[in-house]
Ligand binder design. Structure first.
Ligand code: C5P
Length: 407
């Protein structure tokens, strides 16, 4: 395959030479693009020798003194010809420019023009890495579907010890392979996802709801669309932009969500119920705002329709059903109990009484309880990365179910 290796201006640029060699050894044609900063650390000739190709430098580089640098303004051609863009080291400055869409040199311009998968291997000083600006830029880039190869912890060139050190070239090369082979594996699939909370009105101005932000369901929709699926997202009220290429159907109550789910069920291959559906509602909502009084009032609530259970009863045998279990204790047991009670193929279980993961967080740490009896813990990662891992496991699970059904 054809891979572009973007090299940023950091001390770890020398390790990118080893990465270039690993990519070539894996059989790829590697086009190196160096920023001006990178060329201060390593000479382009190193990369030209390792890849057997001219290194691309500046966007307007007629004055480039080095004969190994291409002078052409060819970012569009490079963007169209290549299968993947890997940037290592991705400096704090590059991450910021990618996140905000600046096109101030060849590499950032190429990034904007590049339609394929992007892998980023950041490296920088610990304080720069942990700075909220860098972390916000990374989050934006992850949400865009780029794979981030996390930096390791260790001794840094600046004398500090901590996170920020470029991942090992072998690890980055492995991430490139995974990304090249993973894409588009949901092509031809129709995926139905529910996300967010529901709101159950108490009167025209008040409602009952919950803390769900919708981020996990939206990350699943983004991941599925990026992998080629046709995606319908039935969403409760959230503050999130609609994911690219996804059909979003906004709903408010559990009853509306139920109706939309069943209206879209036919022809769906994979159903994922990530929504935190309210369990109770007021079946007769007063027409007028309830007046404030000094007296105590009580509400009599009725259960909402359990959409997941109804899906478990009605789905056909080829449809894969995935539910969520948000728990505050006994996670594996609860996940497995729900799997069986609701006739699901997979339950994604997460603990919701932790601050760092779950509700409202950009990160999640979950376990997957599968119909095959297996329980798979997924390491803490961004919701987008967790979403991709969930789809990896859904595809494997389907193969396993088909294999046992046939024999
Ligand atoms: O049993 P519990 O409500 O904890 O199960 C959670 C799972 O059930 C989630 O996948 C959620 O979307 C789904 N659910 C539903 N309808 C409800 C309540 C929950 O589909 N009324």
């Amino acid at each position: 395959m054809k891979v572009v290796l973007g090299v940023g201006g950091g001390i770890a640029a020398y390790k990118a030479a080893e990465l270039a060699r690993a990519l070539v050894q894996n059989g790829h044609a590697v086009q190196v693009v160096m920023t001006a900063g990178a060329r201060e650390f390593v000479r382009p000739l190193t990369f030209a020798a390792l890849t057997g190709r001219k290194v691309i430098g500046d966007l307007f580089s007629s004055a480039t003194p080095d004969a190994t640098l291409s002078s052409a303004v060819e970012h569009i051609a490079v963007a169209q010809e290549n299968d993947l863009l890997i940037v290592a080291p991705a400096t704090a400055d590059l991450l910021a420019r990618f996140a905000h869409g600046l096109a101030s040199d060849f590499l950032t311009t190429l990034y904007l023009a590049f339609p394929g998968p992007v892998v980023l291997a950041p490296a920088m000083n610990t304080n720069m890495w942990t700075h909220p600006a860098t972390q916000a830029n990374l989050e934006a880039l992850r949400r865009r579907g780029h794979r981030v190869v996390e930096p390791g912890e260790g001794f840094l060139a600046c004398g500090m010890t901590g996170p920020g050190r470029l991942a090992e070239p072998a690890e980055i090369a492995a991430a490139v392979e995974a990304e090249l082979h993973r894409r588009r594996d949901l092509e031809g699939e129709t995926v139905l996802i529910t996300a967010g909370p529901t709101q159950e009105p108490l009167d025209p101005v008040r409602y009952i709801s919950n803390r769900s932000s919708g981020k996990m369901g939206y990350a699943l929709a983004e991941a599925a669309a990026a992998r080629g699926a046709r995606v319908t997202l039935i969403s409760g009220p959230v503050h999130l932009p609609p994911p690219r290429g996804v059909k979003v159907i906004p709903v408010r109550t559990a009853a509306e969500m139920r109706d939309q789910v069943f209206a879209h069920l036919q022809g769906t291959d994979i159903i994922i119920k990530a929504a935190a559906v309210a369990d109770f509602h007021l079946s007769k909502v007063p027409q007028q705002k309830v007046k404030k009084t000094a007296a105590r009032i009580s509400l009599e609530l009725d259960p909402t329709p359990d959409i997941l259970s109804e899906l478990g009863r009605k789905k056909d045998s080829r449809q894969l059903l995935v539910g969520f279990a948000a728990e505050t204790e006994n996670l594996p047991q609860e996940a497995r109990r729900k799997l069986e009670a609701k006739n699901c193929d997979m339950i994604v279980g997460n603990l919701v009484n932790r601050e760092d993961v779950g509700f409202e967080s950009d990160q999640n740490e979950v376990i997957l309880a599968l119909r095959t009896g297996e329980t798979i813990p997924l390491a803490r990662a961004s919701k987008r990365e967790v979403a991709d891992r969930i789809f990896d496991e859904i595809l494997k699970l389907r193969l396993a179910i088909y294999a046992t059904d046939e024999h």
